[in-house]
Design a protein around this ligand. Structure first.
Ligand SMILES: NC(=O)c1ccc[n+]([C@@H]2O[C@H](COP(=O)([O-])OP(=O)(O)OC[C@H]3O[C@@H](n4cnc5c(N)ncnc54)[C@H](OP(=O)(O)O)[C@@H]3O)[C@@H](O)[C@H]2O)c1
Length: 199
């Protein structure tokens, strides 16, 4: 398959590329690194990306920023970071990307454990992850041409514990390569509308 991975240079993205590259043609995309660059918060930038890549069999997103901070200090602008980048950025990928996916292809987005298991300072991440998962279930019943869509919801990643560890006390971290298997299941399997929890 021809697979575009957006966020390919990141902690999870690198493991997804390592999982898929032995079997597939993987196009690596980032905001500043990779074969191509895109800003998923900008629909025109996404359209320009797919004009360059041409048609693909799978779109994977391991990208998306949210602001972490105490609820008492959150502002609409700080919530807007996650809404614009992680939520609408990944929704934009579906809106613009569906025209560039071959029949029976797939889209795999990334949410995260905080949709169900909140932590201090994670209100924006919980909100965005929950919305993404609801969007994936809804989009799955409308996508045409046998296109499928799933989300991977990882718990905290071992390789990120140096920075995230203090916020995730008591959580069992998983290696990024374990999360990567769920992306493979989404792309190379047959399911749709699923949220793969890797906890
Ligand atoms: N790490 C964890 O423990 C963990 C756990 C659960 C869920 N998640 C979620 O998984 C996703 C990836 O996390 P990560 O830790 O792998 O992140 P990361 O290491 O910071 O990597 C993020 C990747 O996304 C790209 N990117 C960032 N903003 C972008 C934008 N607006 N448009 C296009 N590409 C963009 C970056 O590109 P460049 O490098 O080219 O700039 C980079 O390749 C995030 O949504 C995160 O919330 C992470």
């Amino acid at each position: 398959m021809r697979i575009v991975v957006i966020g390919a240079g990141g902690t999870i993205g690198k493991a997804v590329v390592a999982e898929l590259a032995p079997r597939h043609e993987v196009i690596q995309v980032g905001k500043t690194r990779g074969d191509y660059q895109v800003d998923i918060a900008d629909l025109d930038s996404i359209r320009a990306l797919f004009e360059k890549t041409g048609k693909v069999d799978a779109i994977v997103s391991t990208a998306g920023n949210v602001h972490f901070g105490p609820l008492s200090e959150m502002t609409p602008e700080l919530f807007n970071i996650g809404l614009k980048d992680k939520l609408m950025g990944q929704v934009n990928l579906v809106l613009a990307g569906q025209q560039y996916i071959n029949d029976a292809g797939s889209i795999t987005l990334t949410s995260g454990i905080l949709s169900e298991d909140p932590i201090r300072y994670g209100s924006s991440a919980s909100m965005v992850n929950g919305a993404l998962e609801s969007f994936v279930r809804a989009a799955a019943i409308e996508l045409p041409r046998g296109l499928r869509i799933n989300a991977v919801s990882p718990t905290v990643i071992e390789e990120s514990m140096e920075s995230f560890g203090p916020y995730f006390r008591g959580f069992e971290a998983i290696p990024a390569r374990r999360a990567a298997l769920a992306y493979s299941r989404s792309i190379e399997g047959a399911q749709t509308g699923r949220i793969y929890k890797v906890w």
